[in-house]
Design a protein around this ligand. Structure first.
Ligand code: KIV
Ligand code: ZN
Length: 385
């Protein structure tokens, strides 16, 4: 199986989510959890952006020696100096340099020509290369920049020593086929394109982040940039837990695997959600409250016979407590009988019918019937939940 390396940018791009700011202490705690989860690279912040972020990156570089630490910088000497200094004590490190490549960014934001951008990227990659062997380069807004220019820019930075090429879908604009195709073109057509590693970085504006990341994997990238709970600018980034579980669940088809210890997925998700005060949508894949809950009678019946009827993953393997069957008006007799038996009560068919009729009336009134309420109807004492 080919290894896909998980590059976690929760503490950098994820923190760019409006309202998601973390303290230095929270960042350090989350970074330790990410190491426990088994990610391969952590981008802990943007060292030039504030003294607090600089210190967080520095402390994480010192304390977490088993994971590669990434120093993030614009193509600006002061940024690179700060990233170099903040990551100086990391056991393994890379510098991540980026510059915009789309005409819309060049004309309205950078106010530079394409030639000037190439020159800037070339000189800053050469500057960074004095300090670090591993240099990642990202043409920001690459998927709206035109393939020819992206390739020209990438060729220029590879010639200066960039070792990892990231092609970001900054605005979440690409379609999977286009995104995968862009990596294939760059690898095959750029001089030196077969000598570097590739990383993908996708935003979720159209809900395509995981699909696009998988297309990039199929096109040969070895790093996927993700965030816990998919947090990040606007609609967020590729969600770590969704991508990892897509790989885990379909690994035979995809022919790839990750180093992630999936038993830590739920703990990590909860820790990030709590620290950022970002609730997780009930229907969020993998970590949402309803991701492994079933209400419909047909599904509940199937699950009680064999859980594979309506589940493609085992939540307990990800550290998610199993509480799958929610009792509501769509529940059938089989699920009600099963739950009552879990309370230690055996009912005759007539008694079950009576409880079932009362249960449905209550469920109609209040949507969900708690275990305590059902236990009371069935005459089982001591059930409170
Ligand atoms: O979305 C993006 O382009 C990024 C960088 C890799 C600069 O976050
Ligand atoms: Zn981004």
């Amino acid at each position: 199986m080919r290894k896909i390396h998980i590059f976690d940018t929760t503490l950098r791009d994820g923190e760019q989510s409006p309202g998601a700011t973390l303290t230095k202490e929270q960042k350090i705690k989350i970074a330790h959890q990410l190491a426990k989860l088994g990610v391969d690279v952590i981008e802990p912040g943007f060292p030039i952006s504030s003294p607090g972020d600089f210190e967080a990156v520095q402390t994480i570089s010192r304390q977490i020696q088993t994971v590669e630490i990434c120093g993030f910088a614009r193509c600006v000497k002061a940024d690179i100096d700060a990233a170099v200094k903040a990551t100086a004590d990391a056991a393994k490190r890379r510098l991540h340099l980026f510059v915009s490549s789309s005409d819309i960014h060049l004309n309205f934001q950078l106010k530079k020509t394409r030639d000037q951008v190439i020159e800037l990227a070339r000189s800053m990659v050469a500057y960074g290369k004095q300090f670090a062997e591993r240099i990642e380069f990202s043409p920001m807004d690459a998927t709206r920049s035109g393939e020819e220019f992206v390739m020209e820019l990438v060729e220029a930075v590879i010639a200066e020593g960039a070792t990892i090429i990231n092609i970001p879908d900054t605005m979440g604009y690409a379609l999977p086929e286009e995104y995968g195709g862009l990596f294939t073109k760059v690898r095959n057509q750029v001089r030196g394109g077969d000598t570097v590693e590739y990383s993908c970085h996708v935003h979720n504006d159209l809900g395509l982040a995981v699909a696009n990341s998988i297309a990039a994997i199929q096109a040969g990238v070895s790093y996927v940039e993700v965030t816990v709970n998919g947090i990040g600018e606007r609609a967020g980034n590729t969600s770590l837990e969704e991508l990892v579980m897509a790989i885990e669940t379909r690994k035979q088809t995809l022919g790839v695997e990750t180093n992630v210890n999936i038993a830590e997925i739920y703990n990590t998700s909860r820790m990030v959600s709590r620290a950022m005060h970002f609730p997780i949508a009930f229907n969020k894949p993998i970590v949402g409250r309803n991701a492994f809950r079933h209400e419909s009678g047909i599904h509940q019946d199937g699950l009680l016979k064999n859980r594979n009827t309506y589940e493609i993953m085992d939540p307990e393997q990800m550290g998610i407590p199993r509480n799958m069957i929610v009792l509501g008006k769509h529940s059938g007799r089989h699920a009600i009988k099963h739950r009552i038996e879990q309370f230690g009560v055996k009912l005759s068919d007539a008694q079950l019918e009576d409880v079932y009729t009362r249960f449905i009336a209550k469920a109609d009134e209040q949507k969900i019937v708690s275990d305590g309420e059902l236990a009371e109807m069935a005459g089982a004492g001591g059930v409170t939940a």
